[in-house]
Design a protein around this ligand. Structure first.
Ligand code: TRP
Length: 453
């Protein structure tokens, strides 16, 4: 495949992969999950999961992707021709489209909140009304739908522009900007009166608060946050050159992602405490509590608080976009390379499928909230199906494939660039052990617990 695109440099690889990893998972999901599972002790488990379970999966996907330089389906068919492994390739094309559909609903909300921030709706006069704004907005029909279309449309536009001009360019600009923004907001948040309780909550572990569910929640969060188990990292790695060090780019990505999640924790949690809101208030945490805080702060200076609010929702939007493009790319690469469909048509096709599902997800917060699947709204059903089952299943299969189906020599070859990366050769036995035994066993245990729950 000589005409395939490649990321231009090491920095570009890390920026694109970090772009996929860093998103709503870090800013919207991480803080409320930490709040639900009790703070610092949960964060410690999360960090352990990232290193010992998620990093091996990330490397497994990287190994498959870079080895073949193909889309998920092509990669599986090349490495295990004529076997059922190609179904794993197909699974990874369906799952990201489902994730894209509900992710885009939340992406749409961030866009809506950016507009609200720009029109100065979070001001001291309506501070009390701001919290309720979320329920009113998300349960209405047309506003969220319009925002969903905008968000998915932007995603499609970037993907249509291609790997180098679209993905690489967008991520290279957006990632550094994001880091600056989140640091600014974290500093602002930590200096609010009463914020220190929030800081303590994030750094002083209380292990007595840990529930059994914390482990599976931590693993699930780290998979979601690192975009694992659905072929996203596989496809990005397939755009990495042969002379690049995939251990370095993988570890770099995991570190950035973790750092960003923790920074997001510091941006959100101290503010939550400063406002006297319960950290365990769930998914509404970011959209309900922060505007309230921005509104309250407005009393001390409307200009500054509006600026911070705008920056904050812009951060979420940009982070969400650099992730949603990675979900769309998996299916687009498949259609272009396996089916010979043009990039434009493939992008449009996925746009419409995701839009159709996304509309149902969005409406399930209001007009069709009564339609339930096994007791879940359409949005929750999609999220549960993907995060509790399909992603875990995919991650498990990737590690089994690399640990047990591929021969050890090829895995070594890929991780060490034919043995030329001496440092990588040294740590190879540890990595291989993690990929072959630890990751599949631990993930299987958690998967089964999930099935029983
Ligand atoms: N990791 C992204 C986030 O934290 C979301 C994401 C991108 C994702 N691609 C994915 C999640 C694939 C699951 C699967 O927001």
């Amino acid at each position: 495949m000589t005409n395939r695109e490649h990321f231009g440099s090491r920095a570009a690889v890390i920026m694109a992969m970090a772009g996929s990893a860093i998103g709503l998972g870090n800013i919207w999901r991480f803080p409320f999950i930490v709040g639900e599972y009790g703070g610092a002790a949960f964060i410690l488990i999360y960090i352990l999961c990232c290193f010992f379970l998620s990093l091996p999966i990330l490397l497994s996907e990287s190994i498959i992707g870079r080895r073949t330089h193909q889309n998920t389906f092509g990669a599986m068919s090349t490495l295990a021709p004529g076997t059922k492994w190609k179904w794993l390739g197909l699974l990874t094309i369906v799952t990201p489209i489902i994730i894209l559909s509900y992710y885009s609903v939340v992406g749409g909300w961030s866009f809506a909140y950016l507009l609200k921030a720009c029109s100065l709706q979070f001001n001291p006069e309506n501070a009390e009304a701001v919290t309720g704004m979320f329920a009113t907005f998300s349960s209405s029909a047309w506003g969220p739908l319009a925002c969903l279309v905008v968000f998915l449309g932007l995603t499609a536009l970037i993907i249509f522009s291609g790997v180098k001009k679209g993905i690489e360019k967008f991520s290279k600009i957006s990632m550094p900007v994001l880091f600056i923004l989140i640091v600014v907001i974290a500093v602002y948040s930590v200096t609010l009166p009463g914020a220190m309780d929030g800081v303590r909550y994030l750094v002083k572990p209380d292990f007595s608060k840990l529930s059994a569910g914390a482990f599976s929640a931590a693993l699930g969060q780290s998979f979601f946050s690192l975009s694992l188990g659905v072929g996203t990292m596989l496809i990005y790695s397939s755009y990495i050159r042969k002379d690049e060090n995939i251990l370095a780019s993988g570890t770099g990505t995991a570190l950035f992602d973790m750092l960003f999640a923790i920074l997001a924790g510091f941006a959100v949690m101290p503010a939550v405490f400063a406002a006297g809101i319960a950290p365990s208030s769930g998914p509404g945490l970011v959209f309900e509590t922060l505007p309230y805080i921005f509104a309250k702060m407005g009393a001390g200076g409307q200009f500054l608080s509006s600026a911070v609010a705008i920056l904050f929702f812009l951060t979420i939007l940009v982070a969400a976009l650099s992730s949603s493009i990675s979900m769309m790319e998996v299916g687009v690469a498949y259609m272009v390379e396996e089916k010979g469909i043009s990039r434009g048509k493939a992008t449009a096709g996925i746009f419409f499928v995701a839009l159709f599902l996304g509309i149902l997800c969005s409406l399930s917060f209001g007009p069709i909230s009564g339609v339930k699947f096994l007791g879940n709204t359409f949005f929750n059903a999609c999220d549960k199906l993907c995060s509790n089952y399909l992603m875990t299943l995919g991650a498990l299969m990737f590690s089994i494939f690399v640990g047990w189906k591929m021969d050890k020599a090829s895995v070594h070859d890929e991780l060490t660039n034919g043995g030329s990366l001496k440092g990588n050769s040294k740590v190879f036995p540890v990595l291989y052990f993690l990929i072959k035994y630890i990751a599949p066993l631990a993930i299987a245990a958690i998967f089964i617990t999930g099935l029983l729950a």
